[in-house]
Design a protein around this ligand. Structure first.
Ligand SMILES: Nc1ncnc2c1ncn2[C@@H]1O[C@H](COP(=O)(O)OP(=O)(O)O)[C@@H](O)[C@H]1O
Ligand SMILES: [Mg+2]
Length: 239
């Protein structure tokens, strides 16, 4: 992929975007997310709204952040055209990833607008299967803020920052694919894995690693008195 593959943007849009990017970061709108690798902005351009993922520019994270963003751009390219995934305009100046903005509510929002849960999660499973068919695993599905719900209740899958484009369908591909399905189950059932229907059972097979983490989490809850603290908090707030 060329370093500047934002070819699908027209010249006017690209110029407006560069001007906006050159402006002081504080004068842009507040980022939708900000982490140690970079920030995510909404750019209201002449050709419509775009999402701009910006790699952090300070040392020592700079090189790694750009590399990660380039990898993410590569993954978006690989899954390009799958319904339910934002289109990508590629990298700009090796520092910004430009994406189509898809309006929707975050799955994390209690008021996310899902009316038909079965249909929603079936749609999400389809998207996951489509990306797997292109040898891409997502690897960050447990984060509900990586899934949007459109106004018509359809799922949108975002954030390929952790995704892997596999060279072949080998051991790691199969392992990560399985972990994507497990994550789908966890978000669908809010971790209540004892309630999985028979039809969904084939999508849940925790790996040794995941089982280990589960035990660790349980142990952590016990030693930090989590239940006890929660009950105390509840009692306090109801007072
Ligand atoms: N293409 C998009 N359309 C609409 N909203 C988006 C899009 N991409 C990202 N977002 C919003 O920005 C947030 C952060 O983007 P994400 O790609 O998940 O970045 P991060 O790597 O910081 O988690 C998402 O949770 C979502 O709310
Ligand atoms: Mg994210």
């Amino acid at each position: 992929m060329p370093a500047d593959s934002a070819t699908a943007m027209n010249q006017e849009e690209e110029a407006a975007l560069r001007e906006w990017l050159a402006s002081d970061a504080d004068s842009r709108n507040t980022p939708l997310s900000a982490g140690y690798q970079g920030s995510v902005y909404l750019f209201e351009g002449p050709a419509g709204p775009r999402i701009i993922k910006e790699a952090i520019d300070t040392w020592p994270q700079r090189l790694l952040a750009r590399r990660m963003l380039r990898r993410e751009a590569g993954a978006y390219d690989r899954v390009n055209g799958i319904p339910g995934i934002p289109g990508s305009f590629g990298m700009l100046d090796d520092r910004y990833l430009v994406l189509e903005f898809v309006p929707g509510k975050n799955l994390r929002d209690p008021d996310n607008g899902i009316t038909d849960r079965e249909a929603f999660f079936a749609g999400l499973l389809n998207i996951i299967k489509e990306i797997h068919a292109r040898d891409v695993t997502h690897n960050d599905l447990k984060r509900k803020d990586n899934v949007l719900v459109t106004a018509s209740g359809e799922p949108v899958l975002l954030d390929f920052g952790m995704a892997v484009c596999h060279r072949r369908q080998g051991f790691f591909y199969r392992l990560l694919k399985r972990m994507d399905y497990n994550a789908w189950i966890k978000i669908k059932y809010h971790y209540a894995t004892d309630q999985i229907t028979e039809a969904d059972q084939p999508y849940y097979s925790p790996t040794l690693l995941e089982r280990g983490f589960r035990q660790l989490r349980r142990f952590w809850r016990i030693i930090t008195f989590r239940q006890w603290r929660k009950a105390r908090q509840r009692a306090k707030s109801s007072r």
